[in-house]
Design a binder for this molecule. Structure first.
Ligand code: IVH
Length: 757
């Protein structure tokens, strides 16, 4: 967006500033009108909502600074959409359908709320409700009978979609109850519930059809279909889609003297007549409580059945609606608080294939950096070549990117209208981009392609080495992504110090010092250059200091990281057996399974000697992990890793362990007890809670049954909690859980609730 022209209104407008502002306003107006056209007539988004809002905001700012720029048909004064070239018959609304003004911060909201209250001159109530991300519809009822349903159009004339609305569940064609007015317009939003939208897109994707970029486009596209010209299959599909839409009403249009005093009473009345009203609203007496409502849903957007892009706050008293009135565009008695967008548009610069620790070749999107839901995003996984195809994205496209809260960013699809012909299709490589081995599915029918060169593919070795250094592995702080890459893929020496992880415990300073790596740009990942020459770094060396130079010490000096890495690797040799097991990178053997195996068997030799049944019989192991362990030992180079690590001094047995099964027999404070940990228990990660149960000799189970002895539950515990209550199982909070782990059941105070063990 262009920067502000000025912060305050100039006293006299210098002509050149006015000319510049006028050109900018004209440019914005054109862009907004093009975007509106695409949005209302083609159900497509040229800009993301956020960009659109920014443009209109900027135009309003220019018009505030230079009032001479404002015209009656400015996008700041009009409601979007034109209806003239539509397939549908026009319907003139009995009362104009307005839009809403937006605010983007709590301060702006408070300013609006205070002003509205002051202008009204008496105490007001704020009706807070969710801003449904859907399609505005006007239902016209005459004596309780639905006579037309229309889109908003330009606010004056909309499109007649009555036939299609008849197929949307929950919209009565005849109102229930009595006392219906002669004419009543009810306004609301038609939307795709989030779950139905996800299912729709999954089905589109499975059928090789284009997926919808968002739920609103899908709702608009579904509602603005014409039955005429469709064959039976297409009709069935159209009806099925309409049947998944829902509507919620959020206001009224023409209605002479409604027999109520407040907007919330209007909802009560409409609900009584069988119209679908939202259950997510609250009437509050203060600005502060309205702000609380805004903040609450800002953090809980995902808990609602429909998409929401903000909160609408309305003055509840209907008398004040008339008093406060409206501008050309929007009422003064209502405001939309817009949340930071969870969906933005950005450019897809490239699709790059990366190979991970397990050899899976994953295409991912490299995008122009963009701020979404409060964090910067420049990469997102595209999972596999079929997903790339299903999403229909081309390299160079403007794409829609979504990131909700802490959820991983997802590419939704392209903005096809913005293509200029320079975009190109992504082609999945036939060979591993890192080692050149032909990619292949692990087994017939798999969609994912893998690099079969597990032993030596540098990407896979790098991934495994990084995994060994990770917290759940040997927890070697210095052995992260950068060190793993330097050890396995340096530019110098030609033969990397680690061609597989087998040599990890034999590393010496002499192996580290000569390592050279390319300096890469943090943003693009591309090598940085100095006058056309790639920049090189020696990650394990430092420059000698002046005193050392004086002493003639000028050669390669180890960095503190190099020394730390060697010390840490030495220490790791005697870390607990479960950490060593995780470091072997056996499929499915993460910290929990590794602990269970280590606790039961006490040594790698005992694990290797165990039968499938013996392995699978260990609590927390099971047959899938048992098979993975057996398979792992069948591979020669895996066994070589064990041999070479053992020769380097790695300890593959728990000192003092008395052999298979001994730990369980000896017991811990939770011996013989089954505990389920659920929800977020303060002070524990989910895995940490499971490990703590196992370490105390208990069994950590994932589901509640009559064999469960305790359920440790934190916020967000969900259905497991209900089941525990039904079965009368004692429920512990995080503190009680800690007491249980430390001293067993005897240490717990008697249960305070009627449910107890
Ligand atoms: S009240 C005259 N309430 O958002 C005021 N509108 O961006 C009418 N919308 O045109 C609007 N949820 O189509 C209202 N709870 C809600 C809403 C809502 C979604 C739509 C509506 C409006 C648009 C403005």
């Amino acid at each position: 967006m262009p920067e502000s022209v000025a912060d305050t209104t100039p006293d006299a407008t210098p002509l050149d500033s006015l000319v510049v502002a006028s050109a900018e306003a004209a440019d914005i107006t054109t862009r907004v009108l093009v975007a509106r056209d695409a949005y209302y007539r083609q159900d497509a988004a040229v800009f993301s909502d956020a960009d659109y809002d920014l443009l209109v905001q900027r135009l309003a700012e220019l018009e505030r600074l230079y009032p001479e720029l404002q015209s009656q048909d400015s996008p700041t004064q009009t409601v979007g959409g034109r209806a003239e070239t539509t397939l549908f018959d026009p319907v003139t609304h009995a009362e104009r359908m307005l839009s809403l003004d937006n605010v983007f911060s709590i301060e702006e909201f408070e300013t609006w709320a205070r002003k509205a209250a002051e202008n009204s001159g008496r105490a007001v109530h704020y009706l807070c409700e969710l801003k449904i991300d859907g399609l505005a519809i006007n239902l016209r009822y005459a004596n309780g009978v639905l006579v037309s349903a229309a889109t908003r159009g330009d606010g004056v004339v909309g499109e007649d979609v009555t036939e299609n609305i008849d197929l949307v569940p929950g919209i009565p064609s005849r109102l229930a109850g009595t006392g219906h007015p002669l004419l009543m317009e009810v306004r609301g939003e038609v939307f795709f519930p989030v779950a139905a939208f996800d299912e729709l897109n999954a089905a589109q994707s499975a059928a090789g059809e284009r997926v919808f970029a968002n739920a609103r486009n899908a709702a608009a596209g579904s509602l603005r279909q014409k039955a005429a010209g469709k064959n039976t299959d297409q009709l069935r599909l159209m009806k099925a889609r309409l049947g998944r839409l829902r509507m919620l009403v959020h206001g009224i249009g023409a209605w002479e003297n409604p027999p109520v005093q407040t907007q919330s009473e209007v909802y009560g009345l409409l609900e009584g007549w069988g119209l679908p009203t939202s259950s997510y609203f609250r009437v509050v007496p203060s600005v502060a409580e309205a702000a609380e409502f805004i903040e609450y849903y800002g953090a809980h957007r995902g808990s609602v059945v429909h998409e929401l892009d903000g909160i609408v706050v309305k003055i509840d008293e209907l008398a004040l609606h008339a008093e406060l009135g409206a501008t050309n565009r929007a009422p003064r008695w209502a405001i939309a608080y817009k949340y930071p967008p969870e969906q933005v548009n950005t450019k897809l610069l490239d699709i790059v294939v990366s190979v991970g620790r397990t050899g899976r070749a994953t295409p991912f999107a490299v995008m122009q950096k963009v701020l979404v839901a409060g964090s910067e995003v420049r990469q997102a996984t595209l999972h596999n070549q079929d997903v790339v195809k299903a999403k229909g994205v081309l390299i160079g496209d403007i794409i829609v990117l979504r990131k909700a809260g802490d959820v991983i960013p997802e590419v939704l699809g392209p903005v096809v209208e913005l293509r200029d012909g320079t975009e190109r299709e992504f082609v999945m490589p036939l060979n591993c981009p890192e080692c050149g081995t032909p990619l292949a599915p692990a087994k017939e029918g798999d969609i994912d392609l893998r690099c079969p060169n597990a032993r030596s593919c540098p990407a896979q070795v790098r991934g495994r080495v990084e995994h060994i250094g990770s917290r759940g592995g040997l927890d070697i702080e210095v052995l992260g992504e950068v060190a793993a890459s330097a050890l396995t893929q340096p530019t110098v020496p030609a033969d990397p110090p680690l061609s597989t992880e087998a040599g990890l415990f034999d590393l010496e300073l002499a192996d580290l010092l000569p390592i050279q790596v390319l300096v890469r740009d943090a943003e693009t990942g591309l090598p940085k250059e100095d006058d056309g020459v790639a920049k090189i770094r020696m990650p394990f060396c430092r420059n000698p200091n002046p005193a050392e130079k004086k002493q003639g010490l000028t050669g390669l000096q180890p960095s503190s990281n190099a020394l730390k890495l060697l010390v840490e690797i030495e220490k790791a040799k005697t870390k607990p057996l479960w950490r060593i097991l995780v470091s072997l990178n056996i499929r499915h053997v993460g910290p929990v399974a590794a602990r269970a195996l280590a606790n039961h068997f006490g040594s790698l030799d005992a694990i290797r000697a165990a039968t499938r049944e013996e392995l699978a019989g260990v609590d927390g192991v099971g047959s899938i992990i048992a098979d993975a362990v057996l398979d792992w030992f069948q591979v020669d180079w895996h066994v070589d890793i064990v041999t070479q690590w053992a020769a380097a001094g790695v300890q593959f047995a728990t000192p003092g362990h008395a052999g298979p099964g001994a730990a369980e027999t000896a017991g811990g404070v939770l011996a013989g007890l089954t505990v389920v940990a659920t929800g977020s228990l303060e002070g524990f990660t989910r895995e940490g809670a499971q490990e703590a149960i196992i370490a105390a000799g208990g069994k950590s189970a994932s589901s509640v049954s009559k064999n469960t002895d305790f359920v440790a539950a934190g916020p967000g515990a969900g259905s497991k909690l209900g089941k525990a209550e039904t079965l009368g199982i004692r429920i512990l909070d995080a503190d009680e859980f800690r007491t249980l782990l430390a001293g067993g059941p005897d240490g717990l105070a008697p249960a305070s609730s009627p449910v107890s063990t």
